[in-house]
Design a protein around this ligand. Structure first.
Ligand code: GLA
Length: 746
């Protein structure tokens, strides 16, 4: 709800008829200062907290301090066509390009209203309404500053009151101009592919360059690049030092992020939904809300950016981010499509014995008749028919849920609601419900028959909602859904949208996906969701508005996971990162790592299993039981604590990280050996950033196997001051050796 008057954070202009011209939004340690200049909102400052608006105004960049040749204004929302700093030109870049109803391709925004918006405690929310100087085309830019996590959320609403459609050639959510912050910039992001997602990369942004990342999958939006980045302002920041801007785009469809550094060191940062399929057509009288972008600032390195975003995710973005996640067993790698009820019951017995809390049935339980997804047809059939296969599961999902309940386990199952096989009853009935170009053949991916449903069409969403609703409601104790999505848009086109609106498909598809997720989440709030998309294809904060965790990769090899989880940890909290102990040799990489190593890696995130426990011997089960019991004790710190990345696996023979709870009275350190390049690659003492120098800690090694310890400090009571000064002395023996240490303040 918009409140009429301007409140805290705003200075109302002397002339009451005028709108507020000054906006200062501060969090615990950051400030964003905006001023209405020449009719539009300019950025005076974003970074460390300032004492007041007048300081920001006095100290801010202007044409006198530099950049006389800058052709752009430092706009809070840069648009194609706005007046340039020098007055006689216009911004040729910007995040929004709107072609107005009469064909005019430029937009010139003028501030018309600035209001505070009532919001939750801890959130300062302002809405800046702007209008094109010549057209009834409105832009409302929201900023929501969240005090405790130092994150500002922003999103933009566009409203077309022209007498015809406006075409949006670019429709970024964030497009902010920063003049002369530094003379060096460096862009960190993650990239990858199936089974090697989230590989960390960093590149300098040279003068005159634009660095960009994005995804045009339409569905698997986070497979190749993740919609998140850190920009070092000055030389590349480290974990603990340097000035860094960090941002995440909350969107599960195609997207793009770019950082443009021009010849005058003016930087424009843009992030938003992708329009490579063509301009989005916003009809007369219609509004559109663009995806949210969340950003934060640190002048003490990248680690703080991660901690800010993790806290934001847990406290503001995820549905139940403060809740502890259960230890589960997922059936996939343990049985793939080959299971009977007996196999699943045995898995339940196994995970129960090890202390697990939830059993999840993966793919292969649905489809009927010739489209049953059985051991013969496997992934070639059945998607779209969300009915249990009675041949495989005579007692249905409810039978399995009852069996789980009888063992004291919760129950969940796998679905792939965005998809259909051309070999399915659904496709037979509705061949026009898939995404396809009108005059081109339907293209298929996995299993030679999988393709994507057209979620821009409400009838398609209704059908899938109806099927899932019927399914969920039959399983009263349902507590978890693994939501998978194993295809991209193989071509673009919708039989639902008319010829003029075909290019709206990618955006409208994702809006449709959220509509379905929101309806299910509202009706079944107790049913947690895991976001999965061929592994890490749905690792994004748009999906995590509805989901509690994600499957970050189909590569479950512990060594690979050290890197993948390292990359994911840049922006995603441990409670959201599903990490499973699997069998060896690993099914993807064929690598064999010790069971202890697999536990030590999986326990640094949301621990689970993905194997058949019957393949474990009694000694392994005993070790697993102890690990799960210890995990439950350290779980609040791992899942809800602050992350400190201590030693990067990149370019090192080992890696280490630590979680500390609020107040640092409890900390858990994970140390993983990689391949030792040279016998002289000893592990230097681990510097424990994040513990408290004023406290005294008891150090205890956990997950000890066969009595082998990795620190002589085990059992000792040591001051935080000394531990910080000297580090924790450790020893790793051979490749893939690892250790976990618990520090408890006494
Ligand atoms: C995808 C997922 C896997 C598994 C299979 C099932 O590949 O990433 O975890 O669920 O589908 O078909």
């Amino acid at each position: 709800m918009l409140s009429a008057a301007l409140a805290v954070g705003f200075v109302v202009a002397a002339d009451a008829a005028e709108i507020g011209r000054e906006c200062l939004l501060s969090t615990k340690t950051t400030s964003l200062a905006l001023a209405l200049k020449d009719g539009s909102w300019n950025v005076l400052h974003y970074g460390d907290r300032v004492a007041g608006f007048s300081d920001a105004a006095a100290l801010s960049w202007n044409r006198w301090t530099g950049g006389n040749y800058v052709q752009r204004a430092p706009s809070a929302y840069a648009v194609y066509g706005e007046s340039a700093q020098r007055g006689y030109s216009f911004n040729k870049w910007g995040g929004l390009q709107a072609t107005h109803a009469d064909g005019c391709p430029t937009t010139v925004l003028v501030g018309v209203k600035a209001e505070t918006v009532e919001d939750a405690p801890g959130a300062k929310h302002v809405a800046l309404t702007m209008k094109d100087a010549s057209y009834p085309f409105f832009v409302v830019q929201h900023f929501r500053a969240l005090e405790t996590c130092d994150v500002i959320e922003t999103w933009v609403e566009l409203r077309n009151e022209e007498d015809g459609a406006v075409r949006l050639g670019r429709m970024d959510s964030f497009a902010m101009g920063f003049p002369l912050l530094a003379n060096a910039f460096s862009f960190q992001y993650v990239t990858g592919q199936w089974a090697s997602e989230a590989q960390l990369r960093e590149t300098p942004v040279e003068r005159g360059q634009t660095v960009s990342i994005g995804s045009r999958s339409g569905v698997r939006d986070a497979w190749d690049n993740n919609a998140s980045f850190m920009l070092s302002v000055g030389e590349a920041a480290s974990e603990t030092s340097g000035r860094v801007f960090g941002g995440v785009l909350c969107w599960s469809g195609s997207w793009g992020i770019s950082v443009q550094r021009d010849q005058c060191d003016f930087v424009e940062v843009r992030a938003g939904a992708d329009t490579s399929a063509g301009a989005y057509v916003l009809d007369s009288g219609k509004s559109i809300a663009l995806p949210k972008f969340a950003f934060t600032w640190s002048s003490s390195g990248k680690g703080q950016i991660s901690r800010n975003i993790h806290r934001w995710a847990r406290e503001w973005q995820m549905p139940a981010g403060g809740k502890l996640r259960p230890v589960l067993l997922n059936s996939w790698e343990g049985s793939y499509f080959s299971f009977t009820e007996k196999v699943l019951h045995d898995m339940m017995d196994g995970v129960k014995e090890m202390g697990g809390e939830l059993f999840v049935l993966d793919d292969g339980w649905f489809g009927t008749g010739k489209y049953a997804r059985d051991d013969v047809h496997r992934d070639k059939v059945g998607l779209g028919d969300w009915v249990v296969n009675p041949e495989k599961l005579p007692n249905g999902l409810v039978g399995l849920s009852d069996e789980a309940k009888a063992r004291g386990l919760k129950f969940g199952f796998w679905v792939e609601p965005e998809m259909v096989n051309t070999n399915s009853w659904l496709y037979e009935a509705h061949p026009d419900w898939v995404i396809r170009a009108k005059n081109r053949p339907v293209k298929v991916g996995r299993g030679g028959s999988q393709t994507v449903l057209d979620f821009s069409n409400p009838a398609v969403r209704e059908n899938i909602y109806g099927q899932l609703d019927a399914l969920y409601s039959k399983v009263p104790d349902l507590s978890y859904i693994k939501w998978d999505a194993n295809a991209d848009f193989y071509n673009i086109g919708s039989t639902y949208l008319d010829a003029q609106h075909q290019a709206n498909l990618p955006f409208d598809y994702t809006v449709g996906l959220y509509d379905l997720l929101a309806k299910l989440r509202a009706k079944y709030p107790q049913v947690d969701i895991q976001a999965c998309s061929s592994g890490g294809g749905h690792v994004d904060y748009g999906f995590l508005r509805y989901a509690d965790e994600f499957w970050g990769s189909d590569d479950s090899d512990a060594r690979e996971r050290v890197f993948i989880q390292w990359g994911e940890s840049q922006f995603y909290p441990a409670c959201a990162i599903a990490a499973h102990v699997t069998d060896v040799p690993n099914h993807q990489t064929k690598r064999t790592t010790p069971l202890k190593y697999r536990f030590d890696v999986a326990m640094s995130a949301r621990l689970g299993f993905e194997l058949h426990p019957k393949n474990m011997d009694t000694n392994e089960v005993a070790f697993a039981k102890k690990c799960v019991a210890d995990y439950k004790r350290i779980r609040p710190t791992v899942q809800q604590g602050d992350l400190y990345r201590l030693v990067s696996p990149y370019g090192s023979s080992h890696a280490a990280l630590m979680y500390a709870n609020e107040g640092a009275t409890h900390a858990v350190v994970f140390l993983w050996g990689l391949v030792r390049g040279n016998w002289s690659d000893y592990v230097p003492p681990i510097r424990l950033d994040g513990i408290c120098g004023e406290k005294t800690y008891r150090v205890r090694e956990i997950n000890v196997r066969d009595g082998v310890k990795h620190t002589l400090a085990d059992g000792k009571r040591l001051s935080g001051e000394s531990l910080k000064a000297m580090g924790l002395p450790v020893r790793l023996r051979g490749d893939y050796d690892s250790a976990v240490f618990e520090l408890t303040a006494e």
